[in-house]
Design a protein around this ligand. Structure first.
Ligand SMILES: [Fe+2]
Length: 407
């Protein structure tokens, strides 16, 4: 089972966590500001010099994640280590300069690490927090701010450092267990999801092949048109065409629904669908009805599927894949960008593969001829941007066509 979905879930969680961590650290700074002001007006009696050092150093450490997220985005995989380190440095500043009695602050870096569901980050955080816990108290002692309860170095180690370290170890163990448990559950969920996607995909292929096999087409056409459509969408994304529409999810969705583009042929009688010769005008009208009928079938059968993007795209490719850029296609005679992008992509993939394949009424055309059909149809039958992207992938498409995907 591939871990692609699991990695995606983890990566998405990391990005969300980077945002949340920045917010938590900014809120912590806001609380610290309240304490700072209360100290200024005399509610607290903390010395001004250590308070100023702690406050202004913490301002940098606690606000840096917000600045980094804004400037560089949240996608870097290193950010989690940087943010855990910044929170540990905040702990160091508080414990060494102000007080080491605020026990809750010791949990700060570990709580931050817990948001990433990563064993490595939890371990990293545990080690760095342990080091900071020891160093913070030692620095405070050497700065001449020993607590009255721990006047000697010996008492500091035995009654302060040691208990805090023990609390830290048990807290880290608990968090490691929680992180591992959550991570395992997420992985199981991702595997179940991938299996469901595989079942669905196989069902769609099976369904589409039942239809395609009726007119002597085989699974090859369905597989190839799906591959072409997916590659085309990827290529358009690389070129920045319709970049606000074509996302990674869009490409996956289009590849999934592409096999259903001719599902409406189920409603076309064999006498028309499998006729070896030229169709009469009346028969051609019946044949043309497969796209509108396909849209209806998708609407009827997919009505309970909650995924709106999936439903809409399946409907679009089935209903509109015979629309033409110049408005002379069917069923609605839509033109230009009024034709959904998914259908404009599907149209190129479908026509190219249809002409490159033997049909009951004609032989397969040579590949060069198939490419020139796309070239000639650009701006007339096909969206010129889509046709151009397709022609740029000439070598890749030829390889797929000739690599045994003929079955
Ligand atoms: Fe069709």
């Amino acid at each position: 089972m591939s871990n692609k979905t699991f990695s995606k879930v983890i990566q998405k969680n990391e990005q969300d966590a980077n945002r949340t961590v920045a917010l938590v650290m900014a809120i912590t700074f806001a609380f610290f500001t309240v304490i700072y002001i209360l100290n200024l007006v005399g509610v607290f009696v903390i010395d001004t010099v250590p308070m100023n050092i702690a406050y202004f150093t913490s301002a940098v450490l606690l606000l840096l994640p917000s600045v980094i997220n804004k400037a560089a985005g949240t996608s870097s995989r290193k950010l989690k280590y940087i943010y855990v380190s910044l929170s540990a440095l905040f702990l160091l500043v508080i414990t060494s300069v102000l007080t080491y009695h605020v026990v809750v602050v010791y949990a700060f870096p570990i709580a931050i690490a817990g948001m990433y569901f990563s064993k490595n980050v939890t371990r990293f955080s545990s080690v760095i927090t342990a080091v900071v816990t020891v160093c913070g108290q030692l620095i405070a002692f050497w700065l001449g701010r020993p607590d009255d309860n721990f006047p000697t170095f010996h008492s500091l180690v035995i009654y302060s450092i040691l208990p805090r370290l023990l609390i830290l170890i048990s807290f880290s163990a608990l968090l490691t267990h929680m992180t591992t448990r959550t991570s395992t559950l997420l992985k199981e969920d991702a595997e179940n999801y991938e299996q469901q996607v595989l079942y669905n995909q196989n069902m769609i292929y099976g369904f589409a092949m039942l239809v395609e096999n009726r007119d002597e087409n085989t699974g090859g056409h369905i597989r190839r048109t799906s591959i072409y459509a997916g590659l085309l969408a990827e290529r358009l994304k690389e070129k920045g065409v319709c970049e606000d529409i074509i996302t990674e999810d869009y490409i996956n969705c289009l590849t999934m629904v592409a096999p259903l583009h001719d599902i409406g042929k189920i409603a076309i009688p064999d006498s028309v669908l499998c006729k070896p010769g030229k169709l009469t005008d009346e028969e051609f009208e019946i044949m043309k009805s497969h796209s509108a009928r396909g849209g209806e079938i998708i609407k009827e059968t997919f009505s309970r599927i909650p995924d709106e993007e999936y439903k809409t795209m399946a409907y679009e490719v089935a209903r509109y894949h015979h629309e033409k850029w110049n408005g002379r296609g069917y069923p609605e005679g839509l033109s230009g960008e009024a034709i959904p992008l998914s259908a404009r992509i599907m149209a190129v993939a479908d026509v190219f593969d249809a002409v490159s394949e033997k049909r009951c009424y004609r032989d397969a055309m040579p590949l060069e001829k198939c490419f020139s059909i796309i070239e000639e149809g650009s701006g007339r039958d096909f969206d010129p941007a889509v046709a151009e992207a397709f022609l740029e992938m000439r070598e890749e498409i030829s390889r797929i066509r000739e690599s045994g995907e003929h079955a």
